[in-house]
Design a protein. Structure first.
Length: 340
């Protein structure tokens, strides 16, 4: 197949996207596919530029607001010819966050009649919108922590949610702009911090306990994984740095009784289906000290390095990384809407 890998972009998760592309591109080529790289911030890359960009690692912090603004300015000045991908069999979306994951790029690819990996534009938008996705979770019996949307006064939060709470942008990933708020005096500044990344801010009941993740591939749940961060939450640094440099430890399959793992897998498939997600996704959970599980969010384009959570889950199911990528690409081609 001829495959365009779309990556990079101008969101706070740019570095994460580049890391995914750096793993995906050589593996797809090793499978015999014709692959070329397209950075949505700079266009189709010649080989030398591709090698230079894909050698970068994920920094400990997301790109600064100034760096993102500068990238967006440069991207705006590019001609449409820089992004020509009309002659491909499938577009592999190695994008995370922003326009790459919220349905806007998916909508453009739909209009162009191109097959692409991940979920369609409606499902992508629903999964990115945490308020909407939590409402849909509850509609099919998937438990999720109580929440409210800003603006909200501290006494309202105290009454409805109690402390501590999580304050985060409603449409972001990788815990960008997220804060754990332990007392009323911290609420306003946390909302202001989150609002720098999104015009909608969620205030969510904090769930202590163990964190789990469940990948879904072709409608079936993969083995449950456990995420063991060095701190209280699975934040940006613990997601993307090695365990020795402040990163989290990830265990596949998780050390759970089979009956508890099956509950998580059932909820993951329900969440995947109610959001109408595509060939693959990943759903994250917390299990509180009383043994109750709570869905945190669904990821329509989870990280795709060989050591990312979804590929680790696939490996635990006996699916090697190259086979996973092949199935994802074939699934995208087979599910492409037919013109009427």
């Amino acid at each position: 197949m001829k495959i365009a890998v779309l990556f990079g972009g101008t969101s706070e998760e740019r570095d994460v996207s580049i890391a995914s592309a750096a793993q995906v591109i050589p593996v797809l080529r090793s499978l015999g596919h014709e692959v070329f790289a397209v950075d949505t911030a700079s266009g189709r890359l010649p080989p030398a530029d591709e090698r230079k960009l894909l050698e970068a690692s994920v920094a400990a912090e997301p790109p600064s607001a100034k760096a993102i603004t500068d990238m967006r300015g440069r991207a705006t000045g590019l001609s449409p010819a820089a992004f020509s991908i009309q002659d491909v069999d499938v577009v592999f979306l190695a994008l995370h966050g922003g326009a790459g994951e919220d349905g806007r790029i998916q909508a453009m690819l739909d209009l162009a009649g191109l097959a692409y990996t991940g979920s369609n534009h409606i499902a992508s938008a629903a999964a990115m919108d945490k308020d909407m996705s939590k409402r849909l979770f509850r509609s099919v019996g998937v438990p999720t922590a109580n929440w409210m949307m800003a603006p909200a006064k501290a006494d309202e939060v105290s009454k409805q949610l109690k402390w501590p709470v999580i304050v985060k942008p409603n449409k972001q990933g990788s815990t960008v702009g997220l804060s754990v708020v332990r007392e009323p005096a911290q609420l306003a500044s946390a909302i202001e911090k989150a609002r720098a990344f999104d015009n909608e801010v969620m205030i969510e009941q904090f769930v202590p306990g163990r964190e789990f993740t469940v990948g879904v591939l072709e409608g079936k749940a993969l083995p449950v994984g456990e995420i063991i961060p060095p701190g209280e939450i699975f934040d940006y640094q613990s997601k993307y740095q090695s365990s020795g440099a402040g990163g989290a430890r990830e265990v596949f399959p998780a050390d759970l009784p089979a009956s508890e793992a099956q509950v998580l897998q059932k909820y993951a498939v329900l969440a995947h289906n109610v959001l109408k997600l595509g060939v693959y996704s990943r759903v994250d959970f917390r299990r509180d000290p009383d043994g109750n599980v709570w869905a945190l969010e669904a990821n329509s384009l989870p990280g795709m390095t060989a050591t990312s959570l979804l590929p680790q889950a696939a490996k635990a199911a006996g699916i090697a990384f190259p086979d996973l990528l092949e199935r994802i690409c074939r699934g995208a081609v087979n599910s492409k809407p037919q013109p009427r």
